[in-house]
Design a protein around this ligand. Structure first.
Ligand code: G6P
Length: 472
């Protein structure tokens, strides 16, 4: 395969290899916001994408899918346990999401993280053209920037962190805190979702490594500069707007409402089944509104889509049990033969069906306890061309920095969540329209293209800077 000018490195390829129940192999779009964010940009560059295909022990040759060159990285069964489920999703994920669940620290997991990061770095270093660009993504690969720099000092390296970066008081727990910072500082530009994440990172660099920082630029001992900056990620709004206009999808939205017994209001939650998303808090608040008679199942139905995620990690198994117990109780207490309190779907859906649900939903509930951005909030807004509908949005999401006209909630405050739900359910049309217009303006003007272009511009500026400094 010829060298690529532009190489994306992410834990997952944009497609996962799936073996169906009857043994057939299919490729399916990977979960999460990262893939959705990068895919449109990849069609416009001479690029390659390094990542894992989602199954153990697969030796796959590079191939092309949808016009993107894909370079698969192999993970063994034990690497999936130690690097992916272990260090990435049971150490870094909970630590970086404000220790909602206690992070597990295991030296074997760290060792696997180091060796798998090196494998990704080697694949990227082998794929990138001379003086090309490597863009590394997310918390699974924090050591890759430094590793690529050691292997290929000629290339420009960007890193984008899709999840929160925690305050130093929490970050300091990590036994490998200095190594991770040095890994990230291998990049020319380190991007975050929010200015607060950027500030937390720069503070950690100052305190732990004693490096000089000025206006979010870090100067290393060899004089090289690393720029840290917030680039709030977004969505490709076009497919959402187009689907929302399609007559068959509008008809499907009507059908969804009818299938629920035509409640006066439909409330919707859409999340990976993850303890960061505040699903339990939302369900508790909703159940109490029913118990107190502030809502009835004829007034409202709450649809909770919880797509399966990281199902072999203990914390996720426990969460599933808790959520399903709570929903079962609420439905048992409140359902009638014609109406249900909470329609729970532990499934993933194609985008067409998601847009039909967004169109059917009068109220969208995003109550994450901590979330890097939350693209579901932006997807909902993008589909609401008639300026109707209310977004209830947690203060602890990156999206809350931008979507100021949402009904804001502190998800830990159950009374506050209940009041926010009632405000949303009862909001007059005029107020819905006023708020939704402003939300839509923000989302449509700051789409994923604006995000990737501004990151790439910062990377370009940084690389010019570096080359002119090297020539001096
Ligand atoms: C979040 C992370 C992504 C991750 C996605 C899905 O959006 O930021 O890096 O890919 O969740 O999680 P999974 O563990 O299935 O890749």
């Amino acid at each position: 395969m010829a060298a690529a000018e532009f190489v994306v490195v992410a834990n997952r390829l944009p497609v996962d290899r799936i073996i169906t129940a009857d043994g057939e192999e299919i490729w399916r779009t990977s979960p999460g916001g990262l893939v959705a964010a990068l895919e449109p940009m990849m069609h416009t560059v001479d690029g390659a994408w390094v990542g894992w295909a989602g199954l153990p022990d697969q030796q796959l040759s590079p191939f092309e899918a949808d016009g993107i060159r894909l370079i698969p990285v192999t993970l063994s069964e034990s690497e999936i346990e130690e690097y992916y489920e272990g260090f990435s999703n049971d150490t870094i994920w909970p630590l970086y999401h404000d220790v909602i669940e206690p992070p597990q620290y295991h030296r074997e997991w760290w060792d696997a993280y180091v060796s798998v990061n090196l494998r990704f770095a080697e694949a990227a270093a082998a794929a990138v053209a001379k003086h090309g660009t490597v863009w590394v993504h997310d918390y699974q690969l924090q050591l890759v920037p430094e590793m690529v720099r050691n292997l290929r000092p000629d290339v420009t390296i960007g890193y984008f962190h899709h999840i929160p970066f925690p305050a130093h008081g929490l970050y300091a727990q990590l036994p490998w805190r200095d190594q991770v910072l040095r890994g990230l500082l291998g990049a020319d530009v380190v991007g975050f979702q929010r200015t607060q994440d950027t500030a937390n990172f720069v503070a950690a660099v100052k305190r732990r490594l004693g490096l000089e920082t000025k206006a979010n630029a870090v100067t290393l001992s060899d004089g090289r500069r690393v720029h840290a900056k917030a680039f709030p990620i977004s969505i490709d709004t076009t497919p959402y707007r187009e689907l929302a206009r399609r007559p068959d999808i509008k008809a499907r939205a009507v059908e969804i409402r009818e299938s629920l017994g035509n409640p006066k209001r439909i409330l919707l939650g859409v999340d990976r089944l993850d303890y960061t998303k505040g699903i339990r808090h939302r369900i508790k608040a909703y159940g109490e509104l029913l118990d107190q008679g502030r809502l009835s199942v004829e007034d409202a139905t709450f649809i909770q889509v919880a797509s399966p995620s990281r199902e072999r990690v203990d914390a996720y198994m426990h969460l599933r049990d808790e959520v399903e117990l709570a929903i079962g109780r609420i439905n048992g207490d409140h359902d009638t033969l014609g109406h249900t309190a909470i329609r729970y779907l532990h499934q993933g859906f194609p985008r067409e069906e998601m847009v039909a649900m967004y169109l059917a939903a009068d109220v969208m509930l995003v109550t994450a306890l901590r979330d890097g951005m939350n693209l579901v909030a932006k997807e909902y807004v993008a589909t609401r061309a008639d300026n109707r509908g209310v977004l209830v949005l947690s203060e602890f999401t990156g999206a809350a920095d931008e979507l100021r006209q949402a009904v804001r909630v502190n998800p830990h405050d159950i009374e506050g969540v209940k009041d926010a739900i009632m405000t949303a359910v009862e909001m007059p049309k005029e107020e819905q329209a006023r708020r939704m217009r402003s939300l839509r303006k923000r989302v449509l003007e700051h789409d994923v293209d604006v995000w990737s272009q501004s990151f790439l511009k910062a990377l370009d500026d940084a690389s010019h800077h570096r080359h002119s400094a090297e020539q001096r």
